[in-house]
Design a protein around this ligand. Structure first.
Ligand SMILES: [Fe+2]
Length: 213
């Protein structure tokens, strides 16, 4: 007698997505939505992939959620996310340092433009307003550097990349290895356009998961 297995949630959601019955809202893909759902149900999260710290880190960046200066050119960008432990717990008070090039691909080495220190709030959440970073010689893709620390957890250096980067030619799944420093496809995040027509900005979600020491 054939044993009929119950379909998994992944099966059901994948088939529903294929039929167009469910659609993930930006900036999630169906695969990411399913993965996120399963992770929540299991209460476990995969640690965020490491990436190089690079040569332009500076200590003691200011505590601000606004990285851009008034009048700066470029595409306004809002990045938000939460910091978790691998057990799914939010890491309130985690320190998130971010630094990036400006629209023209320049790092501010004299001051602290496009550099910030953020503290995860009571829900483990962080958010900052910036500008889409430019490309610069020696690096293939647009990126934002992160150094994330929380008591009892291993410090993490990583980098956030953008699925809209022209280098990927619309297919980051296939082309993310064009930048040899991209350690994981999961670091390349979907980009949504948000805001009203007169004030459009790019919006990206980047969750961080730290391993326990
Ligand atoms: Fe960089």
């Amino acid at each position: 007698m054939a044993i009929t297995e119950r379909p998994t949630r992944r099966d059901l959601l994948s088939k529903s997505a294929a039929l167009g019955v469910v659609v993930a809202s930006a900036p999630l893909t169906i695969a990411e939505a399913i993965a996120g759902w399963e992770q929540r149900e299991q209460g476990v999260r995969k640690p965020t992939a490491w990436d190089e710290i690079g040569p332009f880190y500076k200590r003691s960046a200011p505590h601000t959620a606004t990285l851009l200066r008034n009048g700066d050119p470029g595409l306004p960008l809002q990045v938000a996310g939460r910091v978790y432990g691998t057990g799914g717990e939010v890491l309130q008070g985690a320190t998130i340092e971010v630094w990036q090039a400006d629209h023209f691909g320049h790092y501010d080495l004299d001051g602290y433009s496009y550099r910030a220190t953020l503290i995860a709030d009571g829900n483990g959440a962080y958010r900052f307003d910036s500008m889409m970073p430019g490309h610069y010689p020696g690096r293939v893709c647009q990126h934002i550097h992160y150094l994330v620390q929380a008591p009892g957890h291993k410090p993490l250096t990583t980098q956030l990349y953008f699925a809209t980067d022209p280098v990927f030619e619309g297919d980051p799944d296939r082309n993310y290895t064009r930048d040899p420093l991209i350690q994981s496809r999961e670091l390349v995040r979907p980009v949504a356009l948000a805001g009203d027509p007169k004030d459009i900005h790019a919006a990206v979600t980047f969750e961080i998961v730290l391993e326990r020491i």
